[in-house]
Design a protein around this ligand. Structure first.
Ligand code: MN
Length: 215
């Protein structure tokens, strides 16, 4: 499962203490590779500062707790409070940043099983995009918009607040878009709708499609 392989790459075991040490996975592209949709400044701040802070916080919080050796997925599904907030935000951002590729480097819409499932469950790719952006725009305050699969493979659009992740509701994230202000304010100021209109140009449909096939 690709999703699990990503998570395996997100931590290491400290050789002296056998403590899990979470690490920030490197981006699969250069920090300026998503321009002009997402600027280098945004990627460096968002990935290099915001997400790194969640990683540092989690590593400081978990020693001596039941989560000392837990995976990010386990933390996301079972923790609460600060451990949940920091752990889930790392997982959310891995899904987010791993789901992008430089504009024009791959298919501009989903193909294969995901493409067929989107047509089946939303009518068309354009109808799905419109419904997704409507939900993401309407999410009040900080949070996320998700394309998720239910256990039967049906696709649904959901939004979550703050650090919450659909895994807690038994749903598998296929695509996750951050609508916290830090994800778009540098490039789009307060215009969340403009950010959401542009973001489709950098979605990596190969990676996102694999998540659906291997869910
Ligand atoms: Mn973020």
């Amino acid at each position: 499962m690709k999703r699990l392989l990503i998570l395996l790459a997100a931590f290491a075991i400290h050789p002296a203490t056998s403590q899990t040490v979470h690490i920030l996975p490197p981006l699969p592209y250069a920090t300026d590779a998503l321009e002009p949709v997402m600027s280098r400044e945004t990627v460096e701040l968002h990935h290099g500062k915001h997400v790194q802070t969640y990683v540092d916080n989690l590593n400081r919080l978990i020693p001596g707790t039941p989560y000392a050796e837990a995976t990010l997925e386990e933390i996301t599904m079972t923790a609460d409070g600060a451990v949940f907030n920091n752990g889930a935000q790392i997982l959310n951002h891995i899904i987010f940043f791993d789901g992008f590729a430089p504009e024009g480097s791959g298919p501009d819409k989903p193909t294969g099983a995901l493409g067929m499932a989107i047509e089946r469950d939303f009518g068309s790719f354009a109808a799905f995009q419109s419904k997704f952006n409507e939900a993401a725009t309407a999410q009040f305050g900080s949070g996320w918009a998700w394309l998720v699969s239910d256990p039967d493979g049906r696709l649904v659009i959901v939004t979550t607040s703050n650090a919450d992740n659909p895994l807690r509701d038994g749903l598998t994230p296929i695509l996750g878009i951050d609508v916290w202000e830090h994800s778009y304010y540098v490039d789009y100021r307060n215009r969340r709708a403009d950010y959401l209109a542009a973001i489709w140009r950098i979605i990596d449909w190969d990676t996102v499609g694999h998540r659906y096939e291997e869910r």
